[in-house]
Design a protein around this ligand. Structure first.
Ligand SMILES: Cc1cc2nc3c(=O)[nH]c(=O)nc-3n(C[C@H](O)[C@H](O)[C@H](O)COP(=O)(O)O)c2cc1C
Length: 249
């Protein structure tokens, strides 16, 4: 069933018309449920849902409506580092992170109140967002399933705290991009508090720079997180604005 659906998607992606797919409600919706952020158990929760058939031109889509759940994927999974002065530094893995403003440059991270990191972030009002590439993915997962209350995550994962401009919070030396942030506002949302922060500096690894000084972030093997699984970014399939760009001959 799963293979059938994927083949249909492939056909669609290659511009071919897909045939009607059979009901795929159970196996397709199976969640691996790996995330501490409690991936919804769609198959259990929604198995009794009726599917509705709609037709657009010659393609038939069978769709189910589920109750609300976090389904905005893929997202970056980032490693957020922080420290109280004089104490061991900590790292929390965060998937609920996003760019929220350009001027001033701002981003947000959402952290549950009960996390060990929450108090450090609230008190120091500083953190560093460290982008995750393939060599860091295991450490990224570890920092998302072990608490700084119990372990020294830098030491356990053989990571190196590094100073970056504008904050006292340490960055992770091994990360290709360190984004230093100062918290401007903490918004309680319910399960999570959202830390709205201004970016004060960005530190990049020269290993991904060419001789002209151009930074090739997409050559660093960045990791995305989707529905309980980490993926290394793959083949480029378009660039910003390509849909309207005139073909250069
Ligand atoms: C992929 C992944 C994404 C996560 N995203 C978040 C998140 O956005 N917010 C959050 O509060 N916890 C998130 N977690 C859970 C925390 O990283 C986890 O509870 C961690 O152990 C907390 O560390 P601490 O106790 O040292 O603060 C995530 C975990 C994983 C594995």
């Amino acid at each position: 069933m799963r293979a059938e659906k994927m083949n249909a998607q492939k056909k669609q992606a290659s511009g071919l018309k897909s045939k009607k797919t059979k009901n795929s409600k159970t196996k397709n919706a199976k969640s691996k449920n790996l995330s501490i952020e409690k991936e919804p158990k769609e198959n259990a929760r929604n198995s009794k849902k009726k599917s509705v058939e709609n037709t657009a031109e010659k393609d038939v889509y069978r769709k189910q409506t589920w109750r609300a759940g976090n389904m905005l994927y893929p997202v970056p999974a980032v490693m957020v580092s922080m420290a109280r002065p004089g104490e061991k530094a900590n790292i929390i893995t965060v998937a609920w992170a996003g760019t929220i403003n350009s001027d001033p440059v701002m981003l947000s991270i959402s952290v549950r109140k009960e996390r060990y990191s929450h108090a450090i972030l609230s008190e120091t009002k500083e953190f560093v967002v460290n982008l995750v590439h393939e060599p860091l993915v295991k450490a990224c997962d570890y920092c998302g399933v072990r608490s700084g209350r119990d372990v020294d995550k830098f030491a356990e994962m053989k990571l190196t705290p590094a100073a970056v401009e504008g904050v006292r919070a340490p960055a992770i030396l091994q990360s290709p991009v360190n984004i230093a942030c100062k918290v401007k506002e903490i918004i309680p949302l319910g399960s999570h508090d959202m830390f709205l922060a201004e970016v004060v500096s960005v530190t990049v690894d020269e290993a991904y720079m060419d001789e002209k000084g151009t930074f090739h972030l997409n050559d660093s093997g960045l990791v995305a997180y989707s529905h309980g699984t980490y993926y290394k970014l793959g083949r480029a399939i378009g660039t910003f604005g390509y849909s309207v760009r005139k073909n250069k001959k």
